[in-house]
Design a protein around this ligand. Structure first.
Ligand SMILES: Nc1ncnc2c1ncn2[C@@H]1O[C@H](COP(=O)(O)OP(=O)(O)OP(=O)(O)O)[C@@H](O)[C@H]1O
Ligand SMILES: [Mg+2]
Length: 246
């Protein structure tokens, strides 16, 4: 079998906040087209990892390479331009703008013609299933729809890699199922996806491989079967899952 090419390489990554290491010595390789799940208890460093890869935080130490290029010191808009997009754990749409306007802003990064940008944005809105809400003000959408708008905004930049930070957080069962379908659709289209998720059912059924972070360190990295039977992971994280007692 031909192995897929490396897209993102993270080596010995570390971030210290005033002497406290939120992440330390983390190595992760992501291959083109892969769907990598990232789990770990609250405060494990998952969002900090995303913040470093997307240029919102500068690493204290370590290397981040995208397609063999060092990107650790690039600014967020540069990272976005080279093809890495993200969603935020706390959704941040422009509340007083419509769904279509929110997504069009993202497209205008690379398409200057406003009408063409709107056309591309419409496609992204349809892709996430919000076509009925094109002209709805973002702030009046329920959370499940706002999370999908956040996905459309990330997709607007036409990324190769999309990093999803708890896009299922706070969603009900139906909304979660819809979001899982959307993630699957994007993966089937060839997008490389990094998925931080506390919903273990969703994460395990979507991911091809899972990285476990715990207190800023990488505790495990393997297939879903390897992770769900790893004793250290069960003790550190899975064992404390709310569902475990049911
Ligand atoms: N800007 C910051 N300044 C200081 N400390 C920070 C900052 N950002 C994160 N931290 C700390 O770094 C650690 C990791 O936080 P992070 O948000 O990455 O965790 P997480 O795994 O995403 O958690 P959760 O599952 O709750 O979202 C925490 O101890 C947090 O308090
Ligand atoms: Mg987080």
């Amino acid at each position: 079998m031909v192995s897929k090419s490396k897209l993102l390489e993270i080596n010995n990554l570390g971030k210290s906040f005033g002497g406290n290491w939120a992440i330390k010595g983390v190595d992760i390789t992501v291959r083109k087209g892969e769907l990598l799940g990232i789990i770990g208890p609250n405060g494990a460093g998952k969002t900090t990892l995303f913040n470093m890869v997307t240029g919102f935080l500068k690493p204290t130490e370590g290397i981040i390479r995208f397609k063999d290029k060092d990107i650790a010191n690039l600014k967020p808009h540069n990272i976005c331009n080279i093809g890495i997009a993200r969603t935020f754990q706390i959704v941040k749409p422009f509340g007083n703008l419509s769904v279509l306007e929110n997504v069009t802003i993202g497209v205008l990064r690379y398409e200057r013609d406003v009408n063409k940008a709107k056309e591309i944005a419409r496609e992204k809105v349809k892709l996430v299933g919000l076509e009925k809400y094109m002209d709805t003000t973002a702030s009046s959408l329920p959370l499940g729809h706002r999370k999908r708008l956040e996905m459309a905004r990330a997709l607007a930049t036409d990324p190769e890699v999309i990093m999803l930070d708890e896009v299922m957080g706070g969603l009900n069962d139906d909304e979660t199922a819809e979001m899982m379908n959307l993630v699957k659709t994007l993966h089937n289209k060839g997008l490389t996806i990094l998925l931080i998720e506390h919903n273990m059912h969703a994460l395990m059924s979507l991911s091809e491989r899972v990285v476990v972070l715990c207190y800023g360190k990488k505790l495990a990295d393997g297939t879903t079967d390897e992770i769900s039977s790893n004793q250290e992971v069960i003790e550190a994280y899975l064992g404390s899952d709310d569902d475990a007692e049911n």
